[in-house]
Design a protein around this ligand. Structure first.
Ligand code: 5GP
Length: 139
């Protein structure tokens, strides 16, 4: 499948769609997932137009993981979660629903299950406030 430049994350990168941004540099962007599976669920994307790990350049992959490391630390600092899950889905069969590569950064706690994937929108005011705290914690 060819990369679709009109997918929602491509629109977010171009500023054509809104997001609760927590971090941006020349090569990557991080923002709050609007249908979080857990409070603090954040997404990291490269700006390069790639659908999955298979068409992302090595430099794009390096930038994505470098930013993921920063965001994972900030999410952990803010949520105080004892665990942080990183997930990256490639292809519809793997559960991918937005075809611009991204890493999910999700706080995890003993005995608390994740909510269903991409199912329910969060309260936008709470998401905005949490996003601002995570943004402030990025080092
Ligand atoms: P995937 O299923 O492709 O791994 O994950 C896509 C993620 O993007 C889901 O967790 C879903 O909640 C999130 N998502 C879908 N549409 C939007 C959107 O318009 N804005 C944001 N911030 N997240 C979105």
């Amino acid at each position: 499948m060819a990369y679709d430049p009109n997918n929602i994350f491509a629109k977010i990168i171009r500023g054509e769609a809104p997001c609760f941004k927590v971090y941006e540099d020349d090569h990557t962007l991080a923002f709050m997932d609007i249908m979080p599976q857990v409070e603090g669920h954040t997404l990291v994307i490269p700006k390069e137009g790639a659908e999955s790990i298979f068409d992302l350049s090595p430099d794009g992959a390096a930038a994505m993981i470098k930013t993921t490391k920063k965001i994972a630390a900030a999410v952990q600092e803010v949520t105080k979660a004892p665990g942080i899950l990183l997930a990256q889905l490639n292809g519809a069969a793997a559960g991918q629903t937005v075809f611009h590569i991204h890493v999910h950064v999700m706080p995890r706690y003993h005995g608390i299950d994740l909510k269903i994937h991409a199912a329910a929108k969060a309260d936008f005011e709470k998401l905005k406030a949490l996003g601002a705290k995570i943004a402030a914690a990025v080092k």
